[in-house]
Design a protein around this ligand. Structure first.
Ligand code: ASP
Length: 321
């Protein structure tokens, strides 16, 4: 195992704050995401001048606007590049807002053994203390290192930490080290001088459901409903009435998977009508463990946004292993 001569890493740009610019460095928080092309982001890093890299701009969006068609374009690009023997791995630049969704989706679909490394930033490229350059540099280093080690799968590099695509989540709305593994440990750390320190023997194996899942012209409609004080099910009734194509509801439950009784009653009616109802927790860490006799299946270890995707994939025929 290891990188062979002539092999290279493909860097795919999708936008995000890492490609964002603002006109006033003193007001770095006032900026527009997704402005700079991927070549320019890499070209601003002298340390990557001689790195074996190729580029493609797959999208240029603020990741709050992520949708199925961008995922389809990303899946196509990944499929095309990863099939080439000369491609040792892929780095993807992304926004932080939906990074955990894209990372989880790729983790579930990917069936290969090369590294796919996502990265992002909390501050725009024009901020005096921009974190994007370091994150991008680290992501390329991690992809090269993983290819060299024969380590494959989906990972996210942020603030010097490498998180599994299956577990990563945004935990802070503005801190530089905004991500963690929801209680699961990091896969590796990138030391300040650029050396990658491995913390696990092998990265979690990818789900392997296959890119063909993305051929569905539109995803099955699955909406998120949150349980909270006074939740009486009116949101369920509203979405049910407004969306005849409703296939599933993902409930962001209180604590360890509990639901306010009036909301639960309406969810039971929806379930009887054939709408799938799955549970995750609105609490950031710990998740919901399945118990025997659960009426609404529990999705373990995922955020509500990731669990929504798990139900979408289930509706498209992908099974959770
Ligand atoms: N709204 C931005 C995005 O997700 C935020 C970021 O990248 O940090 O694209």
């Amino acid at each position: 195992m290891g990188m062979e001569s002539g092999q290279y890493i493909v860097v795919l740009g999708t936008g995000g704050t890492i490609a964002g610019t603002g006109s006033d460095p003193d007001r770095a928080w006032q900026y527009k995401a997704a402005q700079l092309p991927i070549q320019q982001l890499v070209a601003s890093l002298p340390a990557l001048a001689d790195a074996p890299l190729r580029f493609e701009q797959v999208a240029q969006i603020d990741s709050k606007d992520m949708n199925w068609s961008v995922w389809q374009a990303l899946g196509q690009a990944l499929q095309q590049h990863l099939a080439k023997p000369d491609v040792a791995g892929v780095v993807i630049t992304h926004g932080t807002d939906t990074l955990e969704e894209t990372a989880y989706l790729l983790h579930r679909l990917y069936d290969g053994g090369k590294p796919i490394v996502l990265t992002a930033s909390m501050r725009p490229a024009t901020a005096p203390d921009a974190d994007g350059p370091r994150n991008l540099l680290d992501a390329v280093r991690v992809a090269l290192w993983a290819a060299e080690q024969g380590q494959g799968g989906v990972a996210v590099v942020m603030a010097g930490q490498v998180w599994a695509g299956a577990e990563v989540r945004k935990m802070h709305s503005h801190a530089i080290d905004a991500f963690d593994g929801g209680g699961a440990p990091a896969l590796a750390t990138v030391l300040p001088e650029g050396q990658v320190l491995s913390l696990v023997d092998v990265w979690p194996p990818s789900g392997g459901a296959g890119w063909a899942i993305l051929d569905a012209p539109v995803p099955p409609r699955v909406e998120i409903i949150t349980s909270h004080a006074d939740a009486d099910g009116v949101m369920v009734r509203a979405v049910w009435a407004a969306a005849p194509d409703l296939k599933g509801l993902l409930v962001a439950c209180t604590g360890h998977g509990t639901i306010n009784a009036p909301l639960e009653a309406v969810l039971r009616q929806a379930q009887l009508a054939g709408i799938k109802v799955w549970r995750s927790s609105r609490v950031a860490r710990g998740g919901v463990q399945p118990r025997e006799g659960d009426d609404f299946p529990a999705v373990e270890g995922l955020t509500a946004a990731q669990a929504r995707l798990a139900l979408v994939l289930h509706e498209l025929g992908a099974r959770l292993s």
